[in-house]
Write a protein that binds this ligand. Structure first.
Ligand SMILES: [Zn+2]
Ligand SMILES: [Zn+2]
Ligand SMILES: [Zn+2]
Length: 352
């Protein structure tokens, strides 16, 4: 994630801010320009300090779950991220409301990143092939599951409850379980349908890299839950679950690709450098590039290793879990390269 600044006083702003903590100016995120615009609080109309365009806030600003802006002449009430919501929970229950707010933070960050990657995002309200989110409370165990089907991403509201999430993480022996992780994984299934399934050439390359997805999916998952991951899974997969079926390998690797890109982008905007004492030069770090602009994915991977070493060490100093508790083998790096090159080719195609 980029660092943003107040257009009035140049104080640093977070992506989620709707006002500047320092000078009190209102602000909001412009998803076309990928920047935060700042507004004079004295002016009832939302006129950008910088370019004098007039905006309105997304309707979800009322609930304090969105700070995105819409040009005033646009008839839409909701921003490009909130237009993707198909189901939101019953907000009369306080706990639902808090969980929904937490989910929206993850979803907005996800959409920011998909925009950065030039991925086509259309709401299912406008196009049958589009994307939609159902944030739901499961009534009965086994009824609704977090998952993706035909462009609908379902996320169980209780995943936003940190106690539930941690219990599930331990139960499933996962090293990492977060909301943004769920969203990145599930949207990976959506983009598999959109980018790979209907292109013979790309599909053939996918099968060479991830395996043949025509293996019976339900049977593969059943086998996985009975027998677990193969002994040497770390040489080939980013997680145990990725070994269950090529579709899950794709979604898991896709999620990690997005994790890494976001970590490196954040490090780039902070100008993070490290020269750890008493270690080899391989742990030196100087993030001097924006990962969304690089052609060679090796440089992203090479940055990710010393970066997670440094950040994980700081977390350990505070007694909190590692930020990135994973090892990227060369086989996994190759899968990520496949994703990187696929996304670069889409970006090039859209520019021409
Ligand atoms: Zn300010
Ligand atoms: Zn919104
Ligand atoms: Zn999945």
């Amino acid at each position: 994630m980029k660092i943003f600044e107040c257009g009035h006083c140049h104080y640093a702003l977070f992506f989620e801010n709707n006002h500047c903590e320092n000078c009190g100016h209102l602000c909001g995120y412009d998803d076309i320009g990928h920047k935060i615009l700042t507004f004079d609080p004295e002016n009832a109309a939302l006129i950008s300090d910088r370019n004098h365009n007039v905006y309105k806030y997304c309707k979800n600003k009322e609930y304090d779950v969105c700070n995105w802006l819409i040009p005033v002449e646009d008839s839409a009430d909701f921003c490009s991220a909130c237009q993707l919501n198909r189901t939101i929970p019953n907000l009369s229950q306080k706990k639902n409301f808090e969980n929904w707010r937490t989910l929206e933070v993850g979803k907005h960050r996800l959409i920011y990143q998909l925009h950065k990657l030039h991925l086509p995002i259309v709401s299912k309200h406008q196009d049958e092939q589009g994307l939609a989110f159902d944030f739901v409370v499961s009534q009965e165990p086994g009824q609704l599951m977090t998952g993706h089907a035909n462009g609908i991403i379902t996320i169980l509201l209780r995943e936003a409850d940190s106690v539930f999430r941690e219990q599930t993480r331990i139960q499933l022996l996962e090293p990492y379980r977060t909301l943004i992780g769920h969203m990145r994984h599930e949207v990976g299934h959506y983009f598999w349908d959109r980018l790979i399934s209907n292109d013979e050439k790309i599909l053939a390359e996918f099968r060479l890299t991830f395996g043949d997805e025509r293996h019976d999916y339900s049977e593969s998952l059943k086998q996985y839950y009975e027998k677990g991951a193969p002994e040497e899974w770390q040489q080939t997969f980013i997680s145990k679950y990725a070994s269950s079926h090529p579709w899950e390998d794709w979604a898991e690797t896709w999620a990690h690709y997005l994790h890494i890109m976001d970590m490196v982008e954040t490090a780039y905007y902070f100008g993070i450098k490290a020269n750890p004492k008493g270690t080899t030069k391989s742990m030196n770090l100087d993030v001097s590039f924006d990962p969304y602009q690089v052609l060679n994915f090796d440089s992203v991977i090479q940055t990710c290793v010393p970066l997670s070493f440094a950040v994980n060490s700081i977390n350990r100093a505070m007694g909190v879990p590692d930020v990135y508790p994973f090892v990227i083998s060369s086989a996994v790096a190759n899968k990520m390269k496949f994703i990187h090159h696929l996304l670069l080719s889409i970006k090039r195609r859209d520019k021409n």
